[in-house]
Design a protein around this ligand. Structure first.
Ligand code: ATP
Ligand code: MG
Length: 396
């Protein structure tokens, strides 16, 4: 039996004139997502999107990959049958035999997109129901709360028998909203923030600040592994690893200890936005959440924002740790995030950070770095020039 996957678009339906380009992006993203497992043909007919696995492509692999593509509300596998009740009825019992054996009750739902088909929907339901009852006498019909809904759809080209629908990833197709650059650490929050912005249709770049020898190669690999998981949903991510040691040491040596974190964040932002712009990104993304730690009070956020001249998106800003963790588990980043490799932030964390840093005081403290002797501008330039690019994909 020929099997296909039917796609039900999510918010796409709302997008009026943009609909066509959204659908084209979605089709491309579906193809890219399945590529590691083989290939699919994506086609549209009568306002529905169909996916046909190419020869040698396992349909279950394809379904798993497509379930992570943003812009899809639901998907279902379906078997193709000729448009003739004599072919459709046995095909229903064969294709859904397991489900029919397990269920106690069922109902038939007929969709008739081809108005020329000789039977009307109620007649298709009646004939199909009768046939099923004959083959599976343990079943009863329950139109209100059936265990199983048998959907038979008659379209212009063929008839389709649906399996039970699977929930899609929701959101908008990646690439329809432009590009953002994530500030990625090895923690729990920033991978979740990345996933959330990809879900809103943004393509991702990422920057990670590394401070060797204080941070190790394993910390770098951890960031790559985290983004590898995110890329199963977002598609390819351009990761820039920035050598940050020199700047962090200068901040440690020349600035008051209780201001270290905020000042460090401000330099991260200044560097990240240069890299972001080169990548065509229009915003930065961070995993900050109000009140989580000393550097995430409103006063501290005010200081970080003042260093930026592009928007900083903070999708987890109002979320509890528990809510963030539940997403981290769902996207499979949690177990990697809790591995104990040091991050550049943790290495230089002050014992008593200021929770209410004043922006003027911070800017004043930074002047020590701008002296000719220290010359932080030259350090920033070296950091940007020393950045290493890796392309993160699901297999890498
Ligand atoms: P945690 O789960 O430990 O809170 P986190 O990633 O949120 O992890 P924080 O110290 O709370 O870590 O940092 C706040 C935000 O700053 C991060 O979410 C991330 O966006 C950014 N950030 C922190 N460290 C780095 C780094 N080394 N490189 C790039 N961005 C960083
Ligand atoms: Mg955090």
């Amino acid at each position: 039996m020929n099997e296909i996957i039917l796609i039900k678009n999510g918010e796409l339906a709302l997008k009026g004139l943009n609909r066509k380009s959204f659908e084209e992006t979605l089709a491309k993203n579906i193809q890219k997502a399945v590529a590691p497992f083989g290939g699919v043909k994506v086609w549209r007919s009568q306002s529905t999107m169909f996916v046909t696995p190419l020869e040698g492509t396992d349909i279950e692999d394809a379904v798993d990959a497509i379930a992570k593509v943003f812009g899809i509300a639901a998907l279902s596998r379906a078997a193709e049958a000729p448009k003739d009740m004599e072919a459709i009825l046995p095909a229903v019992c064969e294709y859904l035999s397991e489900e029919l054996q397990e269920a106690k009750s069922f109902k038939v739902n007929a969709k008739r997109a081809d108005k020329k088909f000789p039977l009307k929907s109620p007649e298709i339901c009646a004939q199909t129901g009768e046939y099923i009852l004959e083959k599976y006498p343990h079943l009863t019909v329950d139109v209100h709360e059936p265990d199983l809904v048998v959907t038979v759809e008659i379209r212009d080209t063929s008839a389709y028998i649906h399996k039970q629908p699977i929930r899609g990833a929701g959101g908008l197709p990646v690439g329809t909203g432009g590009r953002a650059c994530v500030m990625i650490s090895g923690g729990i929050d920033s991978p979740v923030a990345s996933w959330m912005m990809a879900k809103r249709g943004l393509e991702l770049s990422a920057v990670n600040f590394a401070s060797p020898p204080y941070t190790s190669r394993r910390a770098e690999d951890k960031v790559k592994d985290l983004l590898g998981k995110v890329s199963e949903w977002s598609g390819e991510i351009r990761l820039h690893i920035v050598p940050f040691t020199e700047i962090q040491e200068a901040i440690r040596d020349y600035c008051p200890e209780d201001m270290l974190t905020v000042i460090m964040r401000r330099y991260m932002i200044k560097i990240a936005q240069v890299i972001a712009r080169k990548d065509g990104a229009l915003a930065l993304v961070s995993g900050e959440s109000v009140g989580q730690v000393a550097s995430q009070t409103l006063r501290a956020l005010e200081c970080t924002d003042a260093a930026a001249d592009m928007p900083i998106l903070r999708p987890v800003i109002g979320m509890d740790k528990e809510e963030i963790v539940s997403i981290a588990r769902k996207i499979d980043t949690f177990d990697i995030s809790i591995l104990p490799f040091e991050d550049c932030c943790t290495v230089f964390t002050p014992k008593h950070p200021k929770t209410k840093p004043g922006l003027d005081k911070i800017i004043q403290a930074e002047q020590a770095l701008e002296s000719e002797e220290v010359n932080v501008a030259a350090m920033i330039e070296r950091a940007i020039n020393g950045t290493k690019l890796s392309i993160i994909t699901p297999q890498s």
